[in-house]
Design a protein around this ligand. Structure first.
Ligand code: GLN
Length: 197
């Protein structure tokens, strides 16, 4: 499996190891490539859009010509996991004109709704398709406040959706790579939600 991790900003090594761990659990080998310029996404089977700063990420994706390649990847029905700022960029509306969203998943998000860096927290989360709670780390996490009718809610926190799925895209407000638990990567890339239903 060829997995691409969008790496226009920040360190993405935790995601790379979570993808490899999830693949290994399925008896597969994942090659992980870091994406900083155009021309690589078309060769990827799955894509990961990590956290960071959504204003910066969306600008770099557009300037580097990667944004339209991600949209083509999704149009072809290939899996994407978008986490935190990645979810903000993947949304249809971030209610912030500095973020050029890619309209990959029909949700409206509220950036930093969970508060600032000091308000980061970890919580055990019930996620559809997982048989025990997932240790979810929220860091300046976006709140998903409107969801389209084709969007499935996989998890909520205090009544609000924090993990969603539409077609082959999974989006999370939290950072699933910051634990040793690779089950979110597993359900995003190996479609274990559908399998469990
Ligand atoms: N709040 C950040 C943003 O708006 C996202 C934070 C994160 O990815 N941990 O881009």
């Amino acid at each position: 499996m060829q997995a691409g991790v969008i790496a226009v900003q920040g360190d993405v090594s935790e995601h790379a190891s979570a993808i490899k761990r999830a693949a290994r659990a399925h008896g597969e080998d994942a090659d992980v490539v870091e994406i900083r310029n155009a021309g690589i996404v078309p060769d990827c089977d799955v894509l990961l859009m990590p956290g960071g700063e959504s204003t910066t990420i969306s600008r770099l994706l557009r300037d580097e010509g990667i944004a339209s390649e991600i949209q083509d990847h999704v149009a072809a029905g290939k899996p994407v996991l978008a986490t935190c700022a990645g979810l903000i960029v993947a949304s249809t509306d971030a209610k912030d004109e500095r973020v050029e969203t890619l309209d990959l998943i029909d949700v409206t998000v509220d950036r930093n709704a969970f508060g600032r860096q000091k308000d980061s927290f970890e919580a055990p989360l019930d996620v559809k398709g997982l048989d025990s709670p997932f240790p979810a780390v929220f860091i300046r996490a976006p709140l998903i406040d409107e969801i389209g009718e084709d969007v499935q809610v996989l998890a909520t926190w205090e009544g609000d959706p924090v993990a969603v799925k539409q077609g082959a895209i999974v989006g999370t407000s939290f950072h699933p790579e910051l634990t040793t638990d690779a089950r979110i990567h597993d359900l995003a890339f190996f479609d274990t939600v559908e399998a469990s239903q």
